[in-house]
Ligand binder design. Structure first.
Ligand code: SAH
Length: 507
C-alpha cells in the first residue's frame, strides 16, 4: 500500500518512485486532482477506482475511502493511493495513513510535487527569494477567517511570514485579504492567483492584496487555484516562462498511434503546447507463419546480404517473431541492417541491433541514395514491412540488381474505437494545429471525418516530410509546415520556427 503524490497536474511532475509504484499496481485509487493521464503508467489490467470529490457532491465520504483502502490492501493487492500534489499537504493524506495504521496495514509514502510550490513556479513566482522572501507558509483558504474558532492565526500570519500560499478555494479570498490588511499587511502587497497550475489550461490573475479577489473574480478564476501573496509575486512579469513558450496556448492534434503518440506529445508540451491525442492508426499484426519462418531461415543461413527496416513497427514485430521462435539478434547472422531513419534505428537499438545504414534523408528515396554507393547487384534483401507499404523502394532495389523478398508483418488500419473526445474537439474548432507523421495518418483522419475535411481547413497543418505533405495535398489541403528533418524532433522544431513568424506574441 503506497500513498503516492501525483504532482500538481503536468504528468511529468510525478516522481520516479511514484511512477514505479504505479507500474506495479493492482489497484489505483485516485481523485479529481490526480491527472488521469498518469493512470496509463499502471498495468492495463490494474483496477482504477475514482473516489474524487466533485465540487458539488461528494462521491465517497472520507471514511468510505479509508475503508476501501484497507479492504483492498487486506485482499493482498498492491494498492496505490494516488493523490494530487503531495499526499500530506492538505487533501487528508494524514487521515488515510492513520486509518492504515489503525488497521495494521503496512504502507509507504511517496511524496509529490505540491501545487503550493509548483503552480507559483509555473507562473514565474519563486516562493522564496534571497532579497524578497526568506519564509513561506502554506495555508488553507477554506476556513472562514472571520470565525472566532478559526484554527488559523491570521494576525500572526499577516506579518510573520514573507510569502503566503493559500490553497483551496478562492471563494473566501476577499475576506482573507481583508483580514491580512487589518492585521498589518500592506494593501499594496503583490498577489497572484494561479488556476490549474502546470497544465496547458493554466490561467493567472495578478494584482495586489487590496484588489486580488476582484481581479480573480473578474477573470472568472475558479477551482483549483493557488493564491500567492508577497513581494515575490511581483517577479512574474520578469520570470514568467510557462505561458510565453513558442507554442504556449496552441492546441496541437497528435495523430500517431496510441503507442507512438507520447514522444511527440511530450516534445510539444515542452514547448508549451497542449497535445490532443487522436490516434488515426492502429497497427494490426498480420503475417503468414510460413513466410516468417522462411525469412528467418534465410537470415540464419546467410541467404540475405541485407535486411531493410522501413518502420519501428516492423522492427518490433519482426523481433517479436524471433523471440517466438526462441531466437534473438544473432539470427541476423552476417546480414547487414538498414533503417529508414533515426526512429527505426532507435527501435533496432532497443533490440540490441545497430543499423549499418541510416540514410541522410529519412524517406524511401533516401534509403535508395544510401544504397546507391554500395554494390547491391546480386544481393538478396529481406524487407519486413507493412502490407500497404510504398513500392518505390522495392522497384529501386530491383533496379540496382538486388533480389527482394518482401515479408508482410502488419497492416495499419483506422482505429475501431476512435477517440471521440479528440474528434469532437477537432470538429468544434478547439484545435489550432494538426500534425501528421505519415501519409496514412492523413488518409485515415479524412476517413474518420467521413470525408469532410472542413474542420482541417481552419487550422495549420504540419507534415513530418514531403511524402506526408503530398498526402495532405492529395486530401485537398495545404500543409503550412513541412519539417526539414523528418523526425519527431524535426517536426516540433519546424512548428516552433513557424510559430515565431506566424503567431502574435503572448499578452
Ligand atoms: N495535496 C495537494 C493539495 C490538495 S488540496 C497538493 O499538494 O498540491 C486541493 C487544493 O490544492 C486546491 O483547492 C488548490 O488550491 C490546490 N491545487 C491542486 N492542484 C492545483 C493546480 N494544478 N493548480 C492550482 N491549484 C491547485
Amino acid at each position: 500500500m503506497s500513498l503516492v503524490g501525483a504532482g500538481p497536474g503536468d504528468p511529468e511532475l510525478i516522481t520516479v518512485g511514484g511512477a514505479a509504484r504505479l507500474a506495479e499496481a493492482d489497484v489505483v485509487v485516485y481523485d479529481r486532482l490526480a491527472n488521469p493521464r498518469l493512470l496509463a503508467l499502471a498495468p492495463a489490467t490494474a483496477e482504477m477506482v475514482y473516489v474524487g470529490k466533485m465540487p458539488d457532491r461528494h462521491t465517497l465520504r472520507q471514511e468510505e475511502i479509508n475503508a476501501l483502502l484497507v479492504e483492498c490492501a487486506r485482499e493482498g493487492k498492491r494498492v496505490v493511493r494516488l493523490k494530487g500534489g503531495d499526499p500530506f499537504v492538505f487533501g487528508r493524506g494524514g487521515e488515510e495513513a492513520e486509518a492504515l495504521v489503525a488497521a495494521q496495514v503496512p504502507f509507504d509514502v511517496v511524496p509529490g510535487v505540491t501545487s503550493a510550490i509548483a503552480a507559483p513556479a509555473w507562473a514565474g513566482i519563486p516562493v522564496t527569494h534571497r532579497a524578497l522572501s526568506s519564509s513561506f507558509a502554506v495555508v488553507t483558504g477554506h476556513e472562514d477567517p472571520t470565525k472566532d474558532d478559526s484554527s488559523i492565526d491570521w494576525a500572526k500570519l499577516a506579518t510573520g511570514v514573507d510569502t503566503l500560499v493559500l490553497l483551496m478555494g478562492t471563494a473566501r479570498l476577499a475576506e482573507i485579504a481583508q483580514q491580512l490588511v487589518e492585521h498589518g499587511r500592506a494593501a499594496s502587497t503583490p498577489a497572484a492567483v494561479i488556476e490549474w497550475g502546470t497544465l496547458p489550461r493554466q490561467r493567472v490573475a495578478a494584482g495586489r492584496l487590496q484588489d486580488i479577489a476582484s481581479v480573480a473574480r473578474d477573470a472568472g478564476i475558479g477551482s483549483p487555484a493557488v493564491t500567492v501573496v508577497g513581494e515575490v509575486a511581483a517577479l512574474r512579469p520578469e520570470l514568467r516562462w510557462s505561458d510565453t513558450r513558442p507554442l504556449s496556448g496552441a492546441r496541437v492534434l497528435v495523430t500517431r498511434t496510441r503507442q507512438q503518440a507520447s514522444d511527440l506529445s511530450r516534445a510539444l508540451a515542452r514547448e508549451g503546447a497542449e497535445a490532443v491525442e487522436l490516434p488515426t492508426i492502429e497497427i494490426i499484426a498480420q503475417a503468414d507463419p510460413a513466410e516468417v519462418e522462411a525469412a528467418i531461415a534465410g537470415l540464419r543461413t546467410s541467404a540475405y546480404g541485407w535486411c531493410v527496416f522501413t518502420s519501428a513497427n516492423a522492427v518490433g514485430l519482426f523481433c517479436g517473431h524471433l523471440r517466438d521462435a526462441a531466437l534473438d539478434a544473432r539470427a541476423f547472422g552476417r546480414a547487414q541492417i538498414a533503417a529508414i531513419g533515426p526512429g527505426t534505428a532507435d527501435a533496432l537499438a532497443r533490440e540490441g541491433l545497430r543499423a549499418d545504414v541510416v540514410p541522410e534523408r529519412f524517406i524511401a528515396e533516401g534509403l535508395i541514395e544510401a544504397f546507391g554507393a554500395r554494390v547491391m547487384r546480386g544481393q538478396r534483401v529481406l524487407l519486413p514491412r507493412a502490407a500497404d507499404a510504398r513500392e518505390a523502394l522495392v522497384g529501386a532495389l530491383f533496379g540496382m540488381g538486388a533480389g527482394v523478398d518482401e515479408l508482410t508483418l502488419y497492416r495499419s488500419a483506422v482505429p475501431r474505437d476512435a477517440d471521440a473526445e479528440g474528434l469532437r474537439r477537432l470538429r468544434v474548432g478547439e484545435i489550432d494545429i494538426a500534425t501528421f507523421a505519415s501519409s496514412s495518418s492523413v488518409r485515415n483522419l479524412v476517413e474518420m471525418l467521413e470525408g469532410d475535411v472542413a474542420p482541417l481547413r481552419r487550422l495549420r497543418i504540419a507534415a513530418i516530410g514531403p511524402v506526408t505533405a503530398q498526402a495532405v495535398r492529395d486530401a485537398g489541403l495545404e500543409p503550412a509546415v513541412v519539417a526539414a528533418t523528418h523526425t519527431v524532433a524535426g517536426l516540433v522544431a519546424a512548428l516552433v520556427a513557424d510559430a515565431a513568424t506566424s503567431r502574435p506574441p503572448a499578452p
